[in-house]
Design a protein around this ligand. Structure first.
Ligand code: VLZ
Length: 137
C-alpha cells in the first residue's frame, strides 16, 4: 500500500506553473494572478473513489473519480476544456491522463518524504509542485 495522499496540503514550491498555464492557453491576466496563489490540496479517498480539491483565494477546482474508470472532466475555471480523464496507480504514483485538444496532458501525484508531490504536464511543459501536510485542521 502506498502512503496515503489524504489530508490537507499547503504548497511549498511551484516550479514552471507559468509554462504549464501557457501550454494550457491561459491568458496573461489570469496567469499573473494564478502564479502567486498559495494553493491548497484537499484529498479524500474512499477505496477507489477520490476527490481532489485545489483551493485558493482566487478560484477553487474539484475533481472526483474512480481509479481505472474513464470519466468526462470539464476543467472549469482553469482552461475550461472538456477532456476524457483516466486515473490509475503506476507503482506508488497516482497518474492521470487527460485526453483532449492538448497533447500529452495529465498529472502525477505521489508521497515522498511526508510531502505531497504533483507533476502537471501539458504539451512538453512540466510544472512541479510540492505540498506539506497541514496539521492544524
Ligand atoms: O490538479 O490539475 O491535483 O485536479 C490552479 C487553480 C490549479 C487556480 C492547477 C488557478 C491545476 C486558476 C490543478 C486559474 C488558472 C490540477 C489536479 C491534481 C487535480
Amino acid at each position: 500500500m502506498p502512503a496515503s495522499l489524504c489530508g490537507t496540503w499547503d504548497i511549498i514550491s511551484n516550479v514552471n506553473f507559468e509554462g504549464y498555464m501557457i501550454a494550457l492557453g491561459i491568458g496573461p491576466h489570469i496567469r499573473k494572478i494564478a502564479v502567486k496563489l498559495k494553493l491548497r490540496k484537499v484529498v479524500e479517498q474512499h477505496g477507489d473513489q477520490f476527490v481532489i480539491k485545489t483551493l485558493s483565494t482566487f478560484r477553487n477546482y474539484s475533481v472526483s473519480f474512480r481509479v481505472d474508470q474513464e470519466f468526462e472532466e470539464f476543467t472549469q475555471g482553469l482552461d475550461s476544456k472538456h477532456v476524457k480523464s483516466l486515473v490509475s496507480w503506476k507503482e506508488n504514483k497516482l497518474v492521470c491522463e487527460q485526453i483532449g485538444e492538448k497533447k500529452n496532458r495529465g498529472w502525477t501525484h505521489w508521497i515522498e518524504d511526508d510531502k505531497l508531490h504533483l507533476e502537471l504536464y501539458c504539451e512538453g511543459q512540466l510544472c512541479t509542485q510540492v505540498f506539506k501536510k497541514n496539521v492544524s485542521e
